[in-house]
Design a binder for this molecule. Structure first.
Ligand SMILES: [Mg+2]
Length: 354
């Protein structure tokens, strides 16, 4: 038997393989409403209460770099990305379990910073940090967070519920995180070069980056849009489908379409771009739109909604309608500002983890 490296399988191939192996356990699970394939697993606690659960792993040198990630930010981000997945189900986060593996040489203050950041974010979301595990690590910091939330059967939003004619909406502005990361990587390169040549360099990278602050904050300190979930619950809005934007608008829209069995059409001119993404793109001679479509890690919400609800969202200052759901045969397309059709399935893929 030839052994195939995971890199060859790709992230989605790997998930498919794992899903296949887990399938028999899902079929036997009473009360489990959704298994692998959405932002959270969904478990029916009672007639009126659904519990949702998700877990995410942050690995040093894969997901973050301590050269430019303050530990307090990192702790906050580790929690926020999980809460974002709970929000993507139109659910309210309740508690989280946090496991960490740490190199024994790490100063104890570092752990304090990490948990301070996490506890601060937990306070903002109303999430209890209710347990976890610790271990030594032989290569860098590993943080695993599991978040649990709650919703009702009427309010649950899966990726699979989009219907032809539904509006496609996004919250906030996109592309900030990828633009911020591009700046941070450049600064890291400069810093490493200086260190290698034994030249002096201001170690406090952040001090020199005022003009990029907004984008850098999007990357290092994203927040989950629980405010939007509160708004939905207050207004009685249940999106027909929803996902949080972690892989980039293009990939995440395709995730909704694949699970819903639909196509989609969005308009470039309507996509809300982060203002910093524009000037950073200019500086790097990059396309700001690419940051939004393929960058990922914006942790905004992408959702679909029947047009009869247009009035409810039209008045919200932070929700933008960017297109509509179409029949599957029409594919997932974007018309650019000149009216040209671009097939998003062919467009450069979103952020790949492997
Ligand atoms: Mg997600």
């Amino acid at each position: 038997m030839s052994l195939k490296p995971i890199a060859e399988l790709g992230e989605f191939g790997l998930i498919e393989k794992i899903a296949e192996l887990c399938e028999p356990t899902l079929a036997a699970a009473e009360g489990l409403q959704e298994g692998i394939g959405d932002d959270c697993a969904v478990y029916r606690l009672s007639e009126s209460i659904l519990q949702v659960a998700t877990t995410d792993l942050l690995v040093e040198q894969v997901h973050f770099d301590l050269l430019y990630s303050p530990l307090q930010h990192l702790g906050s981000k580790a929690l926020s990305v999980n809460v974002s997945d709970v929000a993507a189900m139109n659910a309210k986060p309740r508690y989280a379990l946090v496991s960490i593996a740490l190199p024994p040489s790490l100063p104890a203050e570092a752990v304090e910073q990490l948990y301070k950041g996490m506890a601060h974010a937990a306070g903002l979301y109303g999430v209890a940090l209710a347990g976890g595990d610790t271990s030594a690590s032989k290569s860098g910091i590993v943080i695993s967070v599991t978040a649990v939330g709650e919703t009702s059967p009427e309010q649950l939003a899966l990726r699979s519920g989009a219907r032809v004619g539904d509006m496609i909406c996004v919250t906030g502005a996109l592309g900030g995180s990828a633009a911020g990361l591009q700046v941070l990587m450049r600064e890291k390169r400069i810093m490493v070069e200086h260190l290698e040549n034994n030249e002096p360099y201001d170690k406090n990278i952040m001090a020199n980056l005022k003009e990029y602050q907004g984008a850098i904050q999007c990357h290092l300190l994203p927040s989950a849009r629980t405010d939007i979930i509160d708004y939905f619950h207050r207004e009685g809005i249940t999106p027909s489908a929803m996902i949080d934007i972690s892989d980039g608008l293009s990939q995440d829209l395709q995730h909704i379409c694949r699970r819903s069995g639909t196509g989609a059409h969005i308009e470039e001119g309507r996509i809300p771009l982060h203002p910093d993404a524009r000037h950073i793109a200019e500086e790097f001679q990059h396309d700001a739109l690419d940051y939004a479509l393929g960058g990922g890690e914006d942790y905004q919400l992408l959702f679909t909604l029947g047009t009869e609800k247009f009035q409810n969202i039209a008045t919200h200052p932070d929700i933008t309608v960017i297109g509509k759901i179409t029949p599957k045969e029409e594919g997932v397309n974007m018309s650019d500002i000149y009216g040209m059709q671009i097939d998003l399935a062919e467009h450069k893929a979103g952020f790949r983890h492997f």
